[in-house]
Ligand binder design. Structure first.
Ligand code: SAM
Length: 282
């Protein structure tokens, strides 16, 4: 019998892919955690029936969530990752020898456990000596932090369930306080395409703008996320992702990346008209 994984992207649009094997299924106190093996995308981690990571396209997401900020400020030494339990964001960060400390705060230990067992491709640097894992709520974790991180990456689920509080003004205010003078925050900022995701994106961007003086949104192509068109937010105290970006400086590091390059860095901030209008009109 043929087995297919199907995810509802809206009430009227679905994404399906043929399954080789259902490898793992556990319920944590926070969410349903599954790993499936598929013909097209390799292994896929899903949370509450939504694709988080696939072996085939994770490089796009993880390149874009880390290298844009790292290329804007080469002096980033202390990083906080909130969420990101699959380990892909940490893996990319560990490639910079200039980073001294990476704290990762993941609410759900089961996501890390499942990723370590089935997704070594993303989780293989979680044991790097610079990395400290905290299994806590990221919202609480930042409440009492001041001037501690040069970069905060919010690698979160959607604004429902445990991820909801990671899209609030209060959380962004605490992140602002936790950041150093040149601090940057990058967040998973949803998609402009389908109505529900677009509303979440507009709300998140508006709240970031209430707290940070510089807020830009940049895009990337994510084949397995709803519509395939996804956004990250770039919010910072001082630095601008284009004006303060030096392509030669980043290229001289000789990091090999499969999606990110210094042309993509600049191009990703050029948004389609309908997205610009959505953000401008709030
Ligand atoms: N790439 C994914 C996407 O955009 O679909 C996101 C990665 S997934 C690993 C996000 C992680 O955020 C999940 O493992 C989830 O448990 C974690 N998370 C959600 N809410 C959280 C919170 N309040 N504090 C810390 N981690 C949280």
């Amino acid at each position: 019998m043929e087995l297919w994984y199907t995810e509802e992207h809206t009430d009227y649009a679905k994404f399906s892919t043929k399954v080789k094997k259902h490898l793992y299924s556990e319920k944590s106190p926070f969410q349903q955690v599954d790993v499936i093996d598929t013909y097209e995308y390799g292994k896929i981690l899903t949370l509450d029936g939504l694709v988080m990571v696939t072996e085939k396209d994770e490089f796009i997401y993880h390149d874009m969530i880390t290298h844009v900020a790292m290329a804007t400020n080469p002096d980033i030494k202390r990083v906080l990752v909130i969420g990101g339990g699959d380990g892909g964001t940490v893996r990319e960060l560990t490639r910079y020898s200039t980073i001294e400390k990476i704290d990762m705060v993941e609410i759900d230990e089961l996501v890390v456990k499942a990723s370590k067992e089935f997704l070594p491709i993303t989780s293989n640097k979680l044991d790097d000596e610079r990395v400290t894992l905290y299994f806590e709520d990221g919202i609480k974790f930042v409440e009492d932090k001041e001037n501690q991180y040069d970069l905060i990456i919010v690698d979160s689920t959607d604004p429902i369930g445990p991820g909801e509080g990671l899209f609030t003004r209060e959380f962004y205010r605490n992140c602002f306080k936790a950041l150093t003078e040149n601090g940057i925050l990058v967040n998973q900022n949803e998609s402009p395409y389908y109505e529900r995701d677009a509303k979440a994106m507009i709300r998140a961007t508006g709240k970031l703008k209430d707290i940070f003086p510089t807020v830009e949104v940049y895009q990337f192509h994510m084949p397995t996320y709803p519509s395939g068109h996804w956004l990250f937010g770039f919010a910072s105290k001082k630095l601008h992702p284009i004006k303060d970006f030096d392509a030669d400086r980043w290229n001289s590091l000789n990091l090999k990346t499969k999606y990110y390059n210094t042309d993509i860095h600049v191009g990703a901030f050029a948004l389609p008209t309908y997205v610009k209008e959505m953000i401008e009109n709030g």
